[in-house]
Design a protein around this ligand. Sequence first.
Ligand SMILES: [Zn+2]
Length: 271
Amino acid sequence: MNFPGLDGNTALKARLSEAMASGGLSHAYIIYGENRDTLQRLADILAAAMLCSGADEKPCLGCRDCRKVFGGIHPDIKPVLREKDKRNYAVDIIRDMAADAFVLPNEAEKKVYVIPEGDCLTHACQNAALKVLEEPPRHAAFILLAENPGSFLETLRSRCIELFISSEPSETPADDSLALEFISIFENGDPLEMVSFAVGLEKLDRVELMDFLTGLNAALVRKMRLDITGDRERYLKVCDLVSRLIKMAQSNVGAGSISGALAVCANTILK
Ligand SMILES: [Zn+2]
């Protein structure tokens, strides 16, 4: 499995990759962690892996489904939100989710319900979700996010796979200065600057080039998530370009050709 933008958590990643390789992901997860952004990031990655229609390792980051999930616009990702002025979810919201789960997905083979504030599910809400978690339709999956395992009834926890995620940075934080430089040049929109940046990439070795491309992919995903007012379509196009370049790099295409393709294609998107 790919985990764009998620640092550390080696054991968790290994566990999920193994599950994916041996039959696929579960239909229900509870993810615990202190940092909302990290929780949401893993939820996006799991949801993308479930919906991904690409042939490569999932989430492939390049297919239509992946791009829509990470762009926050996939119609088969269903955020389940509580009413703004209420402290907890209303039971009816959970009943509606359970009923809606039996409606077929719009575009993908699955639909994923994400409950971002699992700590705000009352016992009545959790009881209302038990049946659909026990016997969900084949196309439905559920991801609950929470800070505290104590929020949940044992009956609910036993129907879900529980994951604990840490937001500690990895031991060796990745150097994403090149990725940030690319984004800044892309935003400035000067084609000559882009060409000279790309020429600089030619001196990278294979590993450095791959680090730059995967770091850029993660930085773009973060950018789209944080800056929802920005030009999302343009960023989706760059994400698409970067995942194609990653494939080129994986099949041993040299740094010169990749940097050339980056300059030409990025400038096409700039126009
Ligand atoms: Zn995909």
